[in-house]
Design a protein around this ligand. Structure first.
Ligand SMILES: [Zn+2]
Length: 398
């Protein structure tokens, strides 16, 4: 899957039960083993009811939590956003999903975490094959907290960056592959079988799916609700297998269009997973260069505050230190976060934030992302202020 969407967990039939040995992460291209893993599930023992937001997205409500695609708990900001009927933008854009600035993920591992190497091995996959950098948290505001509360299932409590502390729980049946999957959600990925174009690749037998909880997990995303790259990826770590392992029964739910079955792997990032993640987080890496292009507007006399304008250009590099210029070989998506301050008539200033995604085409070594009016101030005597700044960008060097 070049990119995209997420998916699930682990339990399974056959043999390999605790192969928790350190895997060789260089074996990225190894064919999948024919094993069915049970999908990841948050709070498997708690009752859940379907709940449809005004924007049309259905989730499962569990206590006060809204569970998306089975193992993602929506943040309160995401719930607020979905409650706006008109807000039909995508999970794949930052209306719902915030990507991690500068591709840096701060994390803490709970002291009581069991099998810590599940987490460290999963992180090694991301570090080796993508631009994601994992850094132990000291006092950063936004971070992932890895824990292993038994019975709570395997889940990520946000899709993308939640803001503040966000949890990834690995239950006793969670493997390092489960951790790769849940980290994928925390980075902003959804389940592959929910892609808007999935009906071109798989046939789903909804009659075979045991209940409304599981049926909901096979719901297709609206084209407005996510972005995806290239074709469906049968090797994605974010994909469920043909079989749903439920109540000790192996139920055939999905088949390829040619009628054959497929298995969900939980042992690596697929090559297309890597491409999808790098679409958002790099490499290539980018550096923002801001240049003062102020020009006198002939109002107020000379260069004044109303005239101060900066141009913003991204330059691309093959290395994280941004020393070696390069050209993009595939599309890149970069999220730009802005902060605005406004003050009128000497009232206290207000602050708001906004963001948008920019798609960078392949074959460029730099890209103009527009100008910023850094400061403007009334030229008629009031102490007005209208200031915008670019304060963070996903997938760039810092
Ligand atoms: Zn999942």
């Amino acid at each position: 899957m070049k990119h995209k969407n997420l998916f699930s967990i682990a339990l399974l039939l056959l043999t390999c039960i605790s192969c928790e040995k350190e895997p060789n992460i260089e074996k990225q291209q190894t064919p999948e083993t024919q094993i069915s893993y049970a999908p990841e599930e948050a709070f498997p023992n708690k009752p859940k009811e379907p709940y449809t937001f005004p924007n049309g997205i259905t989730v499962m409500k569990c206590d006060s939590m809204y569970i998306y695609q089975g193992d993602v708990i929506l943040s309160s900001a995401q719930v607020d956003s979905m409650n706006k009927a008109s807000d039909v933008k995508s999970m794949g854009t930052n209306k719902y999903v915030n990507f991690w600035p500068y591709s840096k993920i701060y994390y803490t591992i709970a002291p009581s975490m069991q099998n810590v190497n599940r987490v460290t091995t999963a992180m090694a996959y991301y570090s080796r094959f993508t631009g994601i950098e994992f850094i132990k948290r000291t006092n950063q505001r936004d971070y992932i907290y890895f824990q292993s509360k038994t019975g709570d299932g395997n889940y990520s409590n946000c899709i993308g960056m939640k803001g503040g502390k966000q949890i990834i729980n690995l239950d006793t049946d969670g493997t390092y592959g489960t951790a790769i999957h849940e980290i994928g959600h925390a980075l902003g990925l959804e389940h592959e079988q929910c892609r808007p174009d999935r009906d071109d690749y798989v046939t789903i037998n909804f009659d075979a799916i045991p209940n409304k909880y599981w049926k909901n997990q096979y719901k297709k995303q609206s084209i407005d609700n996510c972005f995806y790259l290239d074709s469906f990826d049968f090797y994605s770590v974010m994909l469920y297998g043909s079989y749903l392992y439920y109540n000790n029964k192996n139920i055939l739910v999905m088949k390829k269009k040619d009628g054959s079955v497929f298995f969900n792997q939980r042992s690596r990032l697929s090559p297309d997973d890597v491409i999808g993640i790098n679409y958002i987080y790099g490499p290539p890496y980018a550096q923002l260069v801001t240049k003062n292009i102020s020009e006198d507007d002939n109002v107020g006399g000379g260069l004044d505050y109303a005239d101060i304008i900066f141009s913003n250009t991204l330059y691309f590099y093959s290395d994280k230190a941004c020393q070696h210029p390069t050209t993009t070989t595939q599309k890149r998506m970069i999220t730009i976060y802005y902060r605005f301050y406004q003050q009128y008539y000497n009232n206290p200033p207000s602050t708001r934030t906004a963001s948008h995604n920019v798609i960078i085409p392949a074959g460029v070594d730099h890209y103009e992302i527009g100008n910023t009016e850094l400061i403007s101030q009334s030229e008629y005597g009031y102490n007005d202020l209208d200031q915008g700044e670019t304060y963070s960008i996903s997938g760039v060097c810092q």
